[in-house]
Ligand binder design. Structure first.
Ligand code: TMP
Ligand code: MG
Length: 297
């Protein structure tokens, strides 16, 4: 039975009986999975968020850093800047996870957060050469099971699109240092722009924040055009803004949405159940997504 609602979950995969798993409509999940499995793994693509989806939310009771936090906590930024970034985080993160405020009210505030944070980072004259060390020394952790996740997708030539409002240079480094940055991966994110001396001078292109992933997907329609033969999507996110990451996929046949509910569980559970097919409550692992992938391949 589903742990939160008592609905019968058919034993599609054993991982669905894990205590973290909640579904509003288990039958729908089963139907989507059967339909995707029947179509074959060569019709599947995976679209995933990065921070707090592929990375852990917490470890031993301590919060793990986002891409931005990796820089914020490093000695690449001054003490004064650290304080200002911390102040931004304390102001805007509660707004990000506040489900009582509508998205159209939160959106301009999120743009404000990203814009201010990026402006502060640009003032710090961060050197490209220092990023790898800062990532190595950080507490960033991919979720348990990441090796199977990344390697399995690669072995089965399933494209993985990582769509992140974090920082592309940082997230690539996290994945590279974990030795799973395989050629089936594409990244849409905020990339740093360095001057000729390798000093950060701006962020490239259109800003990606948590609520414009739809626009980002449509801007990158060329990517999805290339994957036209893959109309079956496994989507993974931790924010309701992540639900639009697949909006650039043309002629979609099936989409299975897996959402990590890491924080403010009681307040947000219903809205997550209403929009994600599978909700993983305080689950720090990729065990369930891996179970789904093994079933599909
Ligand atoms: P994601 O789309 O890869 O999950 O990245 C977005 C996360 O980054 C979001 O949860 C908020 C977080 N963030 C920070 O931690 N610090 C910052 O300065 C900014 C702008 C965002
Ligand atoms: Mg996220």
């Amino acid at each position: 039975d589903c742990n939160c609602c008592g609905v019968k979950v058919s034993a599609v995969i054993p991982e669905f009986s894990n205590p973290s798993v909640c579904m509003k409509d288990p039958q729908r999940v089963q139907d989507i999975m059967e339909s995707m499995a029947k179509a074959g793994s060569n019709t599947v693509q995976v679209i995933s968020d990065f921070d707090m989806t592929l990375t852990r939310f917490a470890y031993n009771g301590k919060r793990c850093p986002t891409c931005h936090n990796i820089l914020d906590n490093s000695d690449l930024v001054s003490e004064e800047c650290k304080e200002q970034l911390k102040e931004l985080l304390d102001t805007y993160y509660p707004i990000e996870i506040d489900c009582s405020r509508p998205v159209d009210e939160k959106l301009p505030l999120m743009v404000e957060w990203w814009t201010k944070a990026h402006a502060l980072l640009v003032q710090q004259r961060i050197k490209k050469d220092h990023l790898a060390l800062v990532v190595r020394e950080s507490d960033a952790m991919l979720r348990d099971g990441y090796q199977l996740f990344f390697d399995h997708l690669h072995e089965h030539s399933i494209p993985l699109l990582i769509f992140s409002a974090g920082i592309g240079d940082i997230l690539e480094e996290v994945i590279r240092q974990a030795k799973v940055f395989h050629p089936n991966i594409n990244v849409f994110s905020n990339y740093m722009d360095f001057d000729d001396c390798g000093v950060l001078r701006a962020f490239k292109g259109e800003l990606i924040h948590i609520y414009n992933k739809r626009e980002g997907a449509l801007l990158n329609s060329g990517h999805f055009e290339e994957l036209r033969a893959r109309p079956n999507v496994l989507l993974m996110g931790d924010s309701l803004g992540d639900l639009n990451m697949a909006d650039g996929v043309q002629d979609m046949e099936n989409i299975l949405k897996i959402g990590f509910l890491n924080d403010k569980v009681e307040e947000r559970k219903q809205s997550y159940l209403d929009s994600y097919d599978i909700v993983l409550v305080k689950d720090e692992t990729l065990v369930v997504p891996n179970g789904v992938l093994l079933y599909l391949t």
